[in-house]
Design a protein. Structure first.
Lengths: 113, 114
């Protein structure tokens, strides 16, 4: 079945360093959503990308959707302790003629003490 | 404003026991409702979704079932829990299809089956 692969699984950074997580799909996605889940919490919606090549920014966060709509990335500049959590992508694909939101496994951002 | 409630927050159940988790949404009408399961350190697996009262779509065959007896109430049940049912259960809602709209998640229920 269609999958969305998300890498890396974990990323350890020093506070102030940058962080990037990538999502890749074997097939074209109609759109892609990004969520953040704080430790012990529930996922919270960050953004949705729809257009090929789209780039959106939220303060220190930059989201990109690839030209072929098969990959996406989230880049955080100058990480802060408040950025700690797991970041998930969820891509809208078609499976068995039905639309389905396919979730990546998440990338956990860990700030080194 | 809209809010979503889930209870209980944590639950420890023996294998073979029944399960009932409840989710209610306030402040919106005719939401799309979802049940997800998240295994420890893993992504989200969609279990069920509902576009209206009595309408349930199952994504993964398992020993769980879902019901929507009222517009803003979504219930996840099992007659006999398995060890593999342990996980973090999340209810979510969206206005219209969740694939094109933001999904709002509840606080979750952490289920441990022993």
């Amino acid at each position: 079945g269609q999958q969305v692969m998300q890498i890396p699984q974990y990323q350890h950074v020093q506070e102030g360093e940058d962080f990037t997580t990538y999502c890749n799909s074997s097939t074209t996605l109609s759109n892609i959503q990004w969520y953040k889940q704080r430790p012990g919490g529930h996922p919270v919606f960050l953004i949705q990308l729809v257009k090929s090549g789209e780039v959106k920014k939220q303060k220190r966060l930059t989201f990109q959707f690839g030209e072929a709509k098969k990959n996406s990335s989230l880049h955080i500049t100058a990480t802060q302790t408040t950025d700690v959590g797991t970041y998930f992508c969820a891509g809208l694909g078609v499976m068995d003629s039905n639309y389905q939101l396919i979730w990546g496994a998440g990338t956990k951002l860990i700030i080194k003490p | 404003s809209q809010t979503i409630h889930q209870w209980p927050a944590t639950l420890v159940q023996p294998v073979g026991s029944p399960l009932s988790l409840e989710c209610t949404v306030e402040g919106t009408s005719n939401p799309n409702l979802y049940w997800y399961r998240q295994a420890a350190g893993r992504g989200l697996q969609l279990l069920f979704y509902s576009v209206g009262i009595g309408q349930i779509s199952s994504e993964v065959p398992q020993n769980l079932s879902a019901s929507r007896p009222q517009d803003r109430q979504f219930i996840l049940s099992s007659k006999k829990l398995l060890l593999s049912d342990s996980g973090f259960y999340l209810c979510a809602w969206s206005v219209g299809a969740g694939w094109n709209n933001e999904q709002f998640f509840g606080p979750g229920t952490r289920l441990t089956v022993l």
